[in-house]
Design a protein around this ligand. Structure first.
Ligand code: GDP
Length: 442
């Protein structure tokens, strides 16, 4: 999902990484890339223009915080703006205090309307008794499709009787049946066409007037990009939508619809279709979506793990070592244990917020077993050796290898890594010494 958009954003942040201060030129170049990324994702050009302008204002107007790098700063701004664009809250589908609740599904043919009606029925079945109602009477196949889906998800179904052509009558009959069947949620599938036309709109509007729905959900195909946004506008003007369901986000949709629908129509995306199966439906969560787009990984999850794995004592000790430029193998052991405590390494790597790095680490094939070996090697050393690694020469190396069940080569490797970490810590010790606030590396 959104792969090329993600790659583009990654490039923007990579180009800013390592910069100590943001110049006007940096901001200009970064914004040009952001603009291209969004346009390429098929986001409406006016939405892009406003978006870039807001990021520009915030990026240039903000004082440079010493605790985070410019790349992180721009990253945070773009993240915030993406949330503003898509809306921040996740609003669950409403339920009427006076049953039955009625949802009306509208949309063009082929958008996934009928499938989505069944997906919603399945989701709501956990807490309610939904019924599926076929009111797309122009296409007999649509009625049949919904009947089959209703039986797949195991909910009651109401469709037209022989020769019946008035969708309002079918809907009314369904509503009347609610009390006898204990149904408290009626999901009405309506007629779809390949294009918006007057007749279709009128029919759906009349049906809306008759069933008085609590939710009017427009189903749009995310693969159609800006077209999906215009469809949403047209339906919203005529019917007053309460939400949009974006389908086929499992494909290679470029993202334009997900980003622009709310900005253009004022109607939030409420649900996301992620496949053809009846359980492939997710609540559309702008936060998660922004994280996916920016390749942020699960930063909050990562921070939590880091915090859980790091005891106050360890932090004290490490910062003391760094300050005094006395990073020993004992400190390295603490760090290795932290990494282990953080959970499966692959998961941690996946959560890394730093564009590019997580891929590089994955490619380097970090093996959790190696960490165990490294720990064993350090534990086979005497305390004196751990504090003074420079004394570990040939015969000591052989003893340590034997004691830890590894090889001299692996001991050499660990000592080499230790040297590298020490250098890193030295450099780190010269920089700001405050706590872990924002994801490092950008
Ligand atoms: P309708 O004409 O709007 O009622 O559309 P349908 O429900 O018949 O769906 C049209 C096609 O899109 C079907 O082949 C569905 O299986 C497929 N479809 C629906 N939603 C999704 C989705 O979220 N992902 C994928 N990959 N296919 C979907």
């Amino acid at each position: 999902m959104f792969d090329s958009l993600k790659d583009r954003f990654e490039k923007v942040f990579t180009s800013l990484r390592g910069k100590g201060k943001l110049t006007e030129e940096d901001v200009k170049l970064a914004l040009r890339e952001v603009r291209l990324a969004l346009l390429e994702a098929d986001v409406n050009y006016k939405v892009v223009k406003d978006f870039v302008e807001r990021v520009r204002q915030r990026a240039t107007g903000q004082e440079v915080l010493s605790s985070i790098t410019p790349a992180q700063q721009v990253y945070a701004i773009v993240f915030e703006e993406l949330l503003d664009l898509m809306g921040r809250e996740v609003k669950p589908l409403s339920i009427s205090p006076k049953p039955p609740t009625v949802y009306m599904m509208v949309g063009l043919q082929g958008s996934g309307k009928t499938t989505t009606a069944a997906k919603i029925a399945l989701k709501m079945k956990r807490s309610h008794r939904p019924m599926l109602v076929a009111c797309d009477l122009r296409r007999p196949a649509a009625v049949e499709q919904l009947r089959v889906l209703a039986s797949t998800v195991g909910v009651p179904f109401v469709g037209p009787e022989e020769g019946e052509t008035d969708p309002i009558r079918v809907a009314r009959r369904a509503l009347e049946r609610c009390s006898e069947t204990l149904v408290d949620l009626v999901i009405v599938d309506t007629a779809g066409r390949f294009q918006i036309d007057q007749e279709l709109m009128q029919e759906v509007q009349d049906l809306k007037g008759a069933v008085n729905p609590h939710e009017v959900l427009l189903v749009v195909d995310s693969m159609t990009g800006q077209e999906a946004v215009s469809v949403a506008s047209a339906f919203n003007d005529r019917l007053g939508l309460t939400g949009v369901v974006l389908t086929k986000l499992d494909g290679d949709a470029r993202g334009g619809a997900a980003l622009a629908i709310r900005a253009v129509t004022g109607t939030p995306v409420r649900l996301a279709g992620l496949g053809e199966k009846v359980d492939d439906l997710e609540v559309f969560d702008p936060n998660k979506m922004a994280q996916r787009i920016l390749g942020m990984g699960d930063v909050m999850g990562l921070l939590e793990r880091v915090q859980q794995a790091t005891s106050e004592e360890d932090v004290e000790r490490l910062s003391e070592s760094i300050k005094r430029n006395r990073f020993t193998l004992e400190d390295m052991l603490i760090q290795l244990r932290q990494v282990q405590k953080m959970g499966p390494l692959e998961k941690v790597i996946e959560m890394l917020p730093i564009p590019g790095v997580s891929k590089a680490l994955k490619d380097a094939n970090v093996d959790p077993k190696r960490i165990k070996h490294m720990e064993a090697i350090i534990l086979s050393m005497t305390p004196r050796e751990r504090r003074n690694p420079e004394i570990i020469k040939g015969s000591r190396r052989r003893r340590i290898a034997q004691g830890s069940g590894t090889s001299v080569q692996m001991v050499n490797q660990l000592l080499h890594q230790y040297e590298q970490m020490k250098d890193l810590m030295k450099a780190f010790g010269k920089g700001p010494k405050r706590g872990f606030k924002v994801p490092p590396g950008l």
